[in-house]
Write a protein that binds this ligand. Structure first.
Ligand code: FAD
Length: 798
């Protein structure tokens, strides 16, 4: 009996242990994932409105800090002056201000105009860095992944409206890679520990194609899906700036440090000379410690402090392109871990479109500085534009993993941008992809604290370290500063926000659901302030779209000016709204209205309006508005048009309403559009120039019936003449230059048709139609640009 009892007890114990473990694992599984803010009654009501102080008040506070009439002990002097208003600088300002320190931040251009608006928008540990950590036994990479995974959770919780969880698929084309990628993703989950979002999982080929129908199916064996975070980088940057201001900091854009002030006896830095690029003039700002958070420009500021210092940052350029939304499903990203040259490419849904990138190429900033007379010339963030070869590389990689029937074209690129990674140099020459993305904090002989490198994801931890160091450098701050608060500190817009808040906005303001969702996810609970600060008139709806079909609204222009320190059209089009990143063409079409509103509000005269418009147009064109900006883009004029006038002029140029449609109505992607009856006209023309396949017969001898045309082909050499004759029928294909024509053939995929022995290449009817669509998308843009430029000289002249 006794041994039987013992066995029973052993079995019972084993069972009990197993069921407890299963129940525990089940509980953990069911409770995994990010903690979304609870839906509360509060999020259905507008919170008390909050408006930051105007820019002029910030400038006054900066000037007061060095006012000689005030004594040394006066509390108008700052504890910390942060130089640089990107992710790192803004994070430092939040950290220091929330500890109770007196903080100032100056940014030479707009907040986030540098790298921080041009990232891949991922809040991630970095699976590729984990791969390096494991295979190269690199402890630095391992530490970076661990830290970033921990920070990922804090990031998503402190700014829940600006960031969210995103499943990312790794397609697998070889069976042996299944255990490799699966175990890699599991290790990623494991490293995140309790900070993990959702656990990764394996998918069959069928399921992968169901989720991602655009994926190349040939040879696909399955996929692994893992989770990371995604965010709206420039708005996140702005939320940090506003949070710092709310916590008492003084922060201003378009104010740059031109030199540093030192105590002649100790050699320690006591402040900086600052130039106001909006109002003009220079003034001193006094601070106990300066924190250099200038990203790729770190060495320039270090040179002001120690002219003989050795550079610590190596810039590496990363290019992204934006494509129309139909190239990827809305809720799933894709990672190609093995591109043609070993770099990775992300392909992610973002802000209603799809973004793809990135490259990793060394970048010599000095070589790109425009020759200017002024000695303090620098390369502006907006001037760092993608190279054509980099854009082509991303397109080629994207084509490689999409289904063969989908041909992503150069003309599909709605926008493209380049950002500079401030990588910490190892001192060795060569490529930058091997450099670790971790950061350094260092103090130079003048007492300036420099924080450089790192990632967007780790901005908070970097800021904490930099402020700790500043407190260390300046013992006077120790007594004053509290402990770091930022693990729990919610950013402006997060209080009272939850994922259903947009329903309240619809119910109160009658917004279109897409607009309400956009406002909620861009402004958080500040969306209430935005909506209540604009008044609806019978004639004009302030929430009408800035450029259809995108959800950005007119009211955002005014709000950006009154509540978010926008000073230039690109601040509105690129960084307050993200229109220029999602679709540079649409941003170009919205530019006249933005210039008008800004000009009226900020009191710009006609000359300034023209200059601001010219500058914005230059950058938007550089971002690829229209897909091929080097063709048919004459230099800009000196004036600017209102959009209606612009459209009228393009219309007059073309005499064809179909060609106008992409810029006036709901459609932004012109290549899918045909006028009623246009296909029939094309069929007729094709029939006139084509010949029966095989070389015998000629199109003109045959009746242009559908069945016959399927066997008929037209020599490529005849296309030009054929499209000219379409122009004669009322469709505008005329006046296309030879270089444009070659480009159009390439876009239509015809330049790579195999050329037989002495045979002339020929095209069938469908390919002829393809040429026509490429003509339209190319010509509309080229002619829009011409229309803009030719009309600039005569508009807005007093
Ligand atoms: C292509 C690319 C993709 C990336 N993707 C990701 C990603 O998905 N996830 C991630 O976590 N990280 C990513 N990163 C990294 C991340 O974007 C950067 O680490 C981060 O944005 C750097 O911020 P920063 O503030 O240091 O630099 P910046 O954003 O460049 O800010 C520096 C600022 O200093 C200002 N400045 C310079 N000199 C002066 C002066 N004298 N006076 C006043 N102001 C001055 C500049 O105008 C600039 O605005 C990516 C980086 C690149 C390039």
């Amino acid at each position: 009996m006794a041994p039987r009892l013992r066995a029973l007890t052993r079995r019972t114990l084993t069972l009990l242990t197993l069921s407890t473990a299963t129940a525990g694992a089940g509980y953990l599984y069911l409770n995994s994932g990010p903690a979304y803010p609870q839906t509360t009654h509060e999020s259905r009501r507008p919170p008390p409105p909050w408006s930051p102080p105007p820019r002029s008040a910030m400038i006054d506070a900066l000037k007061r800090s060095a006012d000689p009439k005030r004594g040394e002990d006066d509390d108008s002097q700052f504890d910390i002056l942060v130089v640089g208003g990107g992710a790192t600088g803004a994070g430092v300002a939040v950290d220091a201000a929330s500890r109770g320190l007196r903080v100032a931040l100056v940014e030479r251009e707009d907040f986030a105009s540098g790298t921080s608006s041009k990232s891949t928008k991922l809040v991630h540990g970095g699976v590729r860095y984990l791969q390096k950590a494991v295979f190269e036994l690199d402890y630095e990479q391992y530490k970076l992944v661990r830290e970033a995974l921990r920070e990922r959770r804090v990031f998503l919780q402190t700014a829940p409206y600006l960031s969210h969880m995103l499943p990312i698929m790794l397609p697998i084309y070889k069976y042996w890679q299944v255990p490799y990628y699966w175990s890699g993703c599991k290790l990623y989950d494991l490293l995140a520990g309790k900070e993990n979002m959702e656990t990764s999982y394996l998918m069959s080929k069928g399921k992968a194609l169901e989720q991602f129908p655009m994926l190349k199916s040939d040879g696909l064996v399955g996929a692994v899906v893992y989770y990371d975070g995604q965010h709206n980088d420039s708005r996140m940057n702005l939320a940090l700036i506003l949070t710092a201001i709310k916590a008492g900091a003084t922060a201003t854009n378009y104010c740059g440090v031109t030199s540093l002030r030192k105590d002649p006896t100790t050699g320690l830095i006591t402040g900086a000379r600052v130039k106001d690029y909006i109002a003009g003039g220079e003034f001193d700002v006094k601070a106990k410690v300066i924190i250099n958070a200038t990203g790729p420009y770190t060495d320039s500021l270090l040179s002001l402090s120690t002219p003989t210092h050795k550079p610590i940052v190596r810039a590496s350029s990363g290019v992204h392109i934006a494509l129309p939304s139909y190239y990827a499903p809305t809720g799933m990203g894709l990672l190609d871990p093995a591109t043609s040259d070993g770099r990775v490419v992300f392909f992610l849904p973002w802000e209603g479109g799809v973004i793809a990138g990135t490259t990793d190429d060394p970048y010599d900033m000095r070589a790109h500085i425009k020759p200017q007379e002024k000695k303090d010339a620098y390369l502006s963030g907006d001037d760092i534009l993608p190279r054509e070869s980099e854009i082509q590389w991303v397109i080629d990689e994207v084509r490689g993993y999409l289904s063969g029937d989908i041909k992503v074209r150069r003309g599909d690129v709605l926008s493209a941008w380049s950002g500079l990674r401030p990588l910490i140099s190892s001192g060795a020459a060569g490529g930058t992809e091997g450099l670790v993305r971790s950061h350094v904090v260092k103090v130079d002989e003048g007492g300036m604290v420099t924080i450089a490198g790192g990632k967007w994801t780790t901005y908070r931890a970097m800021a904490e370290e930099a402020v700790d160091e500043a407190i260390e450098v300046c013992p006077g701050l120790k007594a004053k500063a509290q402990k770091c608060q930022t693990q729990e500190l919610k950013l402006v817009g997060s209080e009272g926000w939850d994922r259903n808040m947009f329903i309240g906005l619809i119910q109160r303001y009658g917004l279109h659901p897409e607009v309400a969702r956009h406002l909620s996810s861009s402004y958080g609970s500040q969306a209430w302030t935005l909506l209540s600060s604009t008044t609806q008139t019978a004639a004009l709806d302030p929430h009408r779209p800035l450029s259809t079909p995108h959800p950005f609204t007119h009211s955002e222009i005014t709000y950006a000016l009154t509540h978010e320190y926008a000073q230039k059209p690109l601040d509105v089009l690129l960084r307050r709204t993200r229109l220029g990143f999602v679709d540079a063409r649409a941003a170009l079409s919205a530019l006249p209205e933005v210039v008008r509103v800004m000009g009226d509000t900020l009191g710009w005269d006609m000359r300034q309006r023209a200059e601001e418009a010219r500058r914005a147009e230059e950058v938007l064109r550089g971002m690829g508005a229209g897909g091929r900006v080097e063709v048919g883009t004459p230099s800009s004029g000196e004036g600017w048009l209102r959009i209606g006038e612009l459209q009228r002029r393009v219309c007059a140029l073309f005499g064809c309403s179909a060609l106008l449609r992409p810029f006036s109505g709901a459609a932004t992607y012109p290549r899918a559009l045909f006028e009623p009856g246009e296909i029939e006209v094309l069929r007729e023309v094709f029939g006139q120039y084509a010949r029966v396949s095989g070389g015998s017969g000629s199109g003109s001898d045959s009746e242009p019936g559908f069945g016959v045309q399927e066997q008929m082909r037209m020599p490529v050499s005849m296309i030009r003449e054929a499209v000219r004759s379409v122009a004669g029928l009322g469709y505008a294909y005329d006046g296309v230059r030879e270089s444009d024509f070659r480009y159009i053939l390439r876009e239509a995929g015809l330049s790579d048709l195999p050329e037989g022995e002495g045979r002339v290449r020929d095209v069938d009817f469908e390919e002829f139609v393809e040429v026509r669509t490429c003509f339209i998308s190319h010509s509309v843009f080229a002619l829009l640009i011409r229309a803009v430029s030719c009309s600039c000289s005569c508009s807005h002249k007093p």
